[in-house]
Design a protein around this ligand. Structure first.
Ligand code: NAD
Length: 446
C-alpha cells in the first residue's frame, strides 16, 4: 500500500533520472496534525468586494498574518480570491491577473481558494457566464499548481455571507492540511445554518457517530479520525471481520456492532445499539461497500445484486429507519462514501458505478428531509486511495490510476476520513446535498 515510486524519485539517482526523463515527481502533501498552524505563511485576500473586506477582518481574528496587497517576493501560505461580485466576463480579469502575479510566491503546500456566487437560470446571461467562468478558471489553475499546493472554491448561494459559519468552516477546511487530497473542487454553501466549532481541534466533541465497514481500510481511518476529533464511536462490520473490528473499536475506545448492513433490520439494530449505550445517535457514516467487477456482457445476478444491495439499498433502508427515529433528531448528520467511478464511469464497474452514482442521487434527494431537522446529508467521492482494495489492482493499471491526477499520487484513507469529519461537524451544517471529490483532481470525470 506504499507508493515506492514517489519515494524513489526524491532521492539520489532516482531524482536525477526522473528529472532528465520528465517523469512525475509527486510532492509530499501537507497533511493535518492537531495543533499545527492552519497555513504555512501569510495569507493574501485578493479582490475589492465587501465580502473580501469581511473575510480579511474575520481571518485576522484567527490570528493569521493577513495581507490585502501582495508584498513583493514574500512567500505566501494562501491566496483567497474574492470573485463574488462579477457581473460579466470582463470583471474576471482584474482580480484574477492581480492574484496571478503572486502565484510564484505561493509556498509548497500552499492554497488558492476562490469565493464566488453560483451561476443560475435567474442570472442575466452575462452574470451567469462570469460566474460559470470561475469554474473553468479554478479547475485549470489547480492543474497548474505545483509543490502539493491546491486550488478549490467556495460557492455561496444568494443570501449566504462569506462569514457564515459553514462558509468559514469550508474555508478553514480548504486552508488546512485536512484537505490535502482535495483539489480543483467546489463546495456550495446553501444556507446560514451551522455553529462555529467551540474547539477547532475537537469539532466532534460530545457526538455519537456510527461508521459502517470500520474493520479496515477507509472505514478504520474514518473511525480513528472521528475519534481524534472528539466523537464517541459505534463501529459496524460483518461478523466475519469481527476480530479486526474489535481491534479498531478497542483502539478508538468505541463499541463494535457485528452486523451485515444489507439485512432488513440493520437500521433498527443500529438505532437499538446506540439508544442502549448513549440514548441517541448524531452522525451516520455509510462507508461499507464492495466491488464485484465484470464487463457487463459477463455480469450475472449475484454480482449485480450484491453490489446494489450493499452499496446503495442498505443505505436507503438505514436512512429511512434513522429519519423515522426520535433518537436521530438533534442536527443529524449523514455522510456517504460514493466514488469517482460513479461520476466518470469505469470499465468493468457498471454495477459499482450504478450503486455509487445512486448514492449521489440519494444524497441530493434526502437533503431537504435532513434539513427539516436542522441536519445535513452529503457524500464524498474518493478517487485512487491507497488501500487493500487498490493494492490488488495489477501494477501497470495501478500506476496509471495513481498518477492521473493533479497531485500525481494516490490519496490515503485518512484524506477521505478528514473530509468526512469536516462534513459531519456542526460548523458544516449549511452544506447539504453536496458531493465532494477527494481525488487529487483526477483527470477522469468532472
Ligand atoms: P475495504 O474492502 O478495504 O473495506 C470495506 C469494509 O466494508 C470491509 O471491512 C468489509 O468487511 C465491510 N463490509 C462489506 N460488506 C459489508 C456489509 N454487508 N455489512 C457491513 N460491512 C460490510 O474497502 P475500502 O477501500 O476501505 O473502501 C471503503 C469505501 O470506500 C467503499 O464504499 C468503497 O466503495 C469506497 N471507495 C474506495 C476507494 C479506494 O480507492 N479504495 C475509492 C473510491 C471509493
Amino acid at each position: 500500500m506504499t507508493d515506492k515510486y514517489a519515494q524513489l524519485v526524491h532521492h539520489g539517482v532516482g531524482r536525477n533520472v526522473a528529472k532528465k526523463l520528465g517523469l512525475p515527481q509527486p510532492a509530499a502533501l501537507r497533511r493535518y496534525q492537531p495543533g499545527q498552524p492552519l497555513i504555512t505563511g501569510p495569507l493574501l485576500v485578493q479582490g475589492n468586494t465587501a465580502e473580501a473586506d469581511n473575510l480579511a477582518a474575520e481571518l485576522l481574528s484567527w490570528d493569521l498574518d493577513v495581507r490585502r496587497h501582495a508584498v513583493p517576493r514574500e512567500k505566501l501560505g494562501a491566496i483567497i480570491l474574492a470573485l463574488d461580485e462579477v457581473a460579466g466576463p470582463g470583471d474576471l480579469e482584474k482580480p484574477i491577473l492581480t492574484a496571478a502575479a503572486s502565484l510564484r510566491d505561493l509556498a509548497p503546500g500552499g492554497r488558492v481558494v476562490t469565493v464566488s456566487r453560483p451561476a443560475s437560470e435567474a442570472d442575466s446571461p452575462s452574470a451567469a457566464a462570469a460566474r460559470q467562468g470561475i469554474d473553468g478558471f479554478l479547475r485549470s489553475l489547480a492543474k497548474e499548481l505545483r509543490g502539493g499546493a491546491t486550488g478549490n472554491g467556495i460557492v455561496l448561494r444568494e443570501g449566504v455571507p462569506a462569514t457564515s459559519a459553514s462558509s468559514l468552516a469550508a474555508l478553514r477546511f480548504f486552508l488546512s492540511g485536512r484537505s490535502a487530497f482535495v483539489d480543483g473542487q467546489f463546495i456550495t454553501v446553501s444556507s446560514t445554518s451551522g455553529e462555529p466549532a467551540r474547539d477547532v481541534d475537537q469539532p466532534l466533541a460530545g457526538k455519537i457517530a456510527v461508521v459502517t465497514g470500520a474493520a479496515r481500510g477507509i472505514g478504520a481511518a474514518i473511525a480513528r479520525t472521528l475519534h481524534r476529533d472528539g466523537a464517541t464511536l459505534i463501529l459496524v462490520d460483518v461478523p466475519a471481520a469481527g476480530d479486526q473490528l474489535a481491534a479498531v473499536a478497542n483502539e478508538v475506545r468505541g463499541t463494535a456492532l457485528q452486523l451485515d448492513i444489507s439485512r432488513d433490520d440493520a437500521g433498527q439494530r443500529i438505532i437499538g445499539h446506540a439508544a442502549q449505550r448513549h440514548g441517541r445517535l448524531d452522525i451516520m457514516v455509510h462507508n461499507a461497500g464492495i466491488t464485484r467487477d465484470k464487463l457487463l456482457a459477463n455480469m450475472d445476478h449475484s454480482k449485480w445484486s450484491s453490489v446494489i444491495s450493499i452499496n446503495i439499498t442498505a443505505q436507503l433502508r438505514i436512512n429511512e429507519a434513522l429519519l423515522a427515529s426520535e433518537r436521530f433528531r438533534e442536527s443529524p448528520r449523514i455522510v456517504s462514501v460514493a466514488s469517482t467511478s460513479g461520476i466518470a464511469g469505469n470499465r468493468g464497474q457498471t454495477n459499482y458505478a450504478a450503486s455509487k452514482a445512486g448514492v449521489m442521487g440519494m444524497v441530493r434527494a434526502s437533503a431537504p428531509l435532513l434539513a427539516a431537522h436542522g441536519g445535513s446529508i452529503n457524500a464524498v467521492a474518493p478517487g485512487f486511495i491507497e488501500t487493500e482494495m487498490t493494492a490488488r489492482i495489477p501494477l501497470a493499471v495501478r500506476e496509471i490510476g495513481r498518477r492521473l491526477n493533479s497531485l500525481q499520487q494516490g490519496g490515503t484513507p485518512t484524506d477521505v476520513a478528514e473530509t468526512i469529519a469536516f462534513l459531519a461537524s456542526d460548523a458544516a451544517a449549511g452544506i447539504n446535498g453536496e458531493v465532494l471529490r477527494v481525488c487529487g483532481q483526477n483527470m477522469v470525470g468532472a
